[in-house]
Design a protein around this ligand. Structure first.
Ligand code: ADP
Length: 550
C-alpha cells in the first residue's frame, strides 16, 4: 500500500522561495572593510538569485546539469549563487581558494566547470590558472578588484552587477527530481587526488532541516549567525540553506577572517551564534585577551572540523560564550554529531558531555568497527573506526564526467556505509568521543596513543598557545609521539615541566608521555585551518625541526 501523501520534491528552489517570502526581511550583512557593511534582505538577495539564474541561462547559455563554480569568500553574492545555480538545475561547485593551484586546476577540469563566479579580490589567484582550464567559457566577477589581470584571458569576462541588472525577477524554476545533483565539494586530497562529493537537492533539504533542530544548531529568526566557516568548506556547514528555512540573519565576514576584524564585527553587529574551526577561536581568544572586546552577544558557537581542546571551551566559558562541539566531514554534508548534553544537568555534570564530539542526530546512523571487521558495542570503552549511514551521507565519489562513480573499499563498506577514518568510542547513550584519525594514531609497541588526548592536555598549560602531536618512527617501539608546541607570546616553558604537567594535570599514563619535543613558531595548517600533521611529519623526517629528546 502506498501512502496518500503528496510527493513534493525536496528542491533547493523551495528553500529559496520560502526564505525570500516568509522571511523576506531577514538580512545578510557582508563585511566590506568600509565604515558601513553591505546589508541585503533575503527578499532582495532572493530576487537577485532569480536574476542571476536568468543571466546564466539567457546570456551565458548554462543548461542542464552544467557546473557553475564559485571562487568566493562568504558574502551575499555567494549566497545568491548558492540558490540560483541549483534551483535552475545546474550544479554549484564551490572551489576551496586555499588549495594549491595545481589541485584547483585538477578539480575544475575534473568537474568540467563551464562558468566561474569569482570575487574581484581573488582574481590574482584565478588569472594564472585560466590557461589551464579549457572547459571554463565564462568568468563572472563580483566586487572590487583589479579586472585588468584578466586581459587577454580566453574565457569571456562579465561583471556580476552588469550581468544581472534589468533581468526578469522571476525565474520559473524547473520541477527537478530531488535526487539529482545540486552542489559539489571536493575533499582536500590529503592523500591522492581530491574526491568529489555531490550533494542532492534532497540531501541539502533534509540536512538543513536537521541543522535547524534544537538539538543541532537550533537557531531562529531572532538570531544572527556569524558564518566564519567558508562557503567552500562543506556548504558553510549548511548554514546558508538553514538560514533561509528559518529566517536566521547572516553576518558574512568576506575576506576579513583575521582575529582583529572578527572581534570588531562581533562587537559591532552582535551576532548570537557563530560557526568556525578551533583555529579561528584560538586566534580570536589571543586577540581579545590582548585587546578586550565585548563578545557577550554570542550565546552559542558551533565549533568543529577538528577536535576542540577542552581548555579552549573553558576559556570561552569564562567570557560567557558557550562553544558547542560538532563533528562532520565533507562526505556528511557535514552535520554528523553535536555535543548538547542531556537536559537537567548541572554545569559540572554537563562538562563530560560537552567535551565529546556529541550525539548523532536523527538521520545519521552510526556503528563502530574493530580491526577485524567486527562490530563493537557502545560501551564507552571499545575503540574502533566510526562508520555512518544516512540521507545526507555520501555513498560514493564523483568519477568525472562520463565516468562511473567511485566507491573505494577503504571509504565505503560492502553494505554501503561510509568509513570515516576516525577512531573513537561511543557511550551507551550515543555520545561519540574521537581519539584520533586512523592515520594519526600513534602505534607504540602494539598499543595506541591518542595524539588528540596529548594535544588537549598540553593546550591546557597556561604557557601553551597550540600543540600538535604526531607519530614519528622509533627503533624500539615502532612509533613514538613527537610534541610540537607553540608558546603564548612572552611565555617560556621547558620540556621537563611540560612533560610533568601532562602526567600530573593531564592524567597521561607514563608510557604515553612524549620524549621528543620541539618548540615551533606556528603549527602548519591545512586549507581549512586544521593542524596539518603530514607537514609536521615531513619536517621531522627532513630534519627541519629543532627536536630535543628527553
Ligand atoms: P579534510 O579531511 O580535508 O580535513 P573534512 O573537512 O571533510 O576534510 O574533514 C573531516 C574530518 O575532520 C573528520 O573525518 C575528522 O577527522 C575531522 N573532524 C571534524 N570534526 C571534528 C571534531 N569535532 N573532532 C575531531 N575531529 C574532527
Amino acid at each position: 500500500m502506498y501512502s496518500t501523501m503528496q510527493d513534493v520534491q525536496l528542491n533547493v528552489s523551495r528553500i529559496l522561495q520560502h526564505g525570500m517570502t516568509i522571511h523576506g526581511k531577514s538580512t545578510i550583512t557582508t563585511w566590506t572593510g568600509e565604515p558601513e557593511p553591505q546589508r541585503r534582505t533575503f527578499a532582495e538577495a532572493g530576487t537577485r538569485a532569480h536574476q542571476l539564474a536568468h543571466a546564466l541561462r539567457d546570456e551565458l547559455g548554462v543548461t542542464g546539469d552544467q557546473r557553475v563554480a564559485t571562487l568566493m569568500w562568504n558574502n551575499a553574492e555567494h549566497v545568491e549563487a548558492y540558490f540560483a545555480i541549483p534551483s535552475m538545475g545546474a550544479v554549484l561547485h564551490t572551489l576551496n581558494l586555499r588549495l594549491p593551484p595545481e589541485q584547483l586546476v585538477w578539480i575544475v577540469n575534473h568537474a568540467a566547470d563551464r562558468v566561474v563566479l569569482v570575487n574581484g579580490s581573488l582574481l590574482p589567484l584565478l588569472a594564472p590558472l585560466l590557461p589551464h582550464l579549457p572547459t571554463v567559457e565564462h568568468v563572472v566577477v563580483t566586487g572590487p578588484g583589479d579586472r585588468s589581470v584578466l586581459d587577454g584571458a580566453a574565457p569571456r569576462v562579465h561583471d556580476y552587477e552588469e550581468l544581472i541588472a534589468g533581468r526578469p525577477t522571476a525565474y520559473d524554476w524547473p520541477e527537478l527530481d530531488e535526487r539529482t545533483a545540486a552542489a559539489m565539494c571536493y575533499t582536500s586530497g590529503t592523500t591522492g587526488d581530491p574526491k568529489g562529493v555531490v550533494y542532492s537537492h534532497r540531501s541539502i533539504y533534509l540536512h538543513s532541516m536537521q541543522v535547524n533542530m534544537s538539538e543541532s544548531m537550533g537557531l531562529t529568526a531572532k538570531d544572527t549567525s556569524l558564518v566564519v566557516v567558508p562557503q567552500f568548506h562543506v556548504n558553510a556547514w549548511g548554514l546558508p540553506h538553514a538560514t533561509f528555512m528559518t529566517g536566521i540573519n547572516m553576518l558574512m565576514p568576506d575576506r576579513f577572517l583575521q582575529p582583529a576584524p572578527l572581534a570588531e564585527m562581533i562587537e559591532r553587529e552582535r551576532p548570537t551564534h557563530a560557526a568556525a574551526v578551533p583555529t579561528i577561536w584560538q586566534g580570536l581568544l589571543a586577540e581579545v585577551t590582548a585587546n578586550p572586546r565585548d563578545l557577550s552577544s554570542m550565546t552559542q558557537v558551533t565549533i568543529g572540523g577538528a577536535a576542540c581542546p577542552p581548555s579552549l571551551m573553558e576559556a570561552y566559558d569564562r567570557l560567557g560564550v558557550r562553544l558547542c562541539h560538532a563533528w562532520g566531514m565533507t562526505e556528511t554534508s557535514p552535520l554528523g554529531t553535536m555535543a548538547h548534553p542531556p537536559h537537567g544537568l548541572t554545569a559540572e555534570e554537563e562538562w563530560p558531555y560537552r567535551v565529546t564530539q556529541g550525539r548523532f542526530p536523527a538521520g545519521v546512523e552510526a556503528r563502530l568497527v574493530g580491526p577485524g571487521g567486527e562490530h563493537l558495542p557502545w560501551d564507552g570503552e571499545s575503540a574502533g573506526e566510526l562508520e555512518v549511514r544516512g540521507t545526507w551521507i555520501a555513498g560514493s565519489y564523483f568519477g568525472g564526467i562520463d565516468a562511473e562513480e567511485i566507491r573505494p573499499a577503504d571509504k565505503f563498506s560492502e553494505d554501503g556505509w561510509l568509513k570515516t577514518g576516525d577512531v573513537g568510542v561511543i557511550s551507551p547513550d550515543g555520545y561519540l568521543t574521537l581519539t584520533d584519525r586512523a592515520k594519526d594514531v600513534i602505534k607504540s609497541g602494539g598499543e595506541w596513543i591518542s595524539s588528540v588526548e596529548l594535544e588537549n592536555a598540553l593546550m591546557a598549560h597556561p604557557a601553551v598557545a597550540e600543540a600538535a602531536v604526531v607519530a614519528v618512527p622509533d627503533e624500539k617501539w615502532g612509533e613514538r609521539p613527537l610534541a610540537t608546541v607553540v608558546l603564548k607570546e612572552g611565555e617560556t616553558a621547558d620540556y621537563e615541566t611540560l612533560r610533568a604537567f601532562l602526567a600530573d594535570e593531564g592524567g597521561i599514563a607514563k608510557w604515553q608521555l612524549p620524549e621528543r619535543w620541539a618548540i615551533v613558531p606556528a603549527v602548519p595548517k591545512t586549507s581549512v585551518g586544521k593542524f596539518d600533521k603530514k607537514v609536521i611529519r615531513r619536517q621531522y623526517a627532513e630534519g627541519e625541526l629543532d627536536v630535543t629528546q628527553l
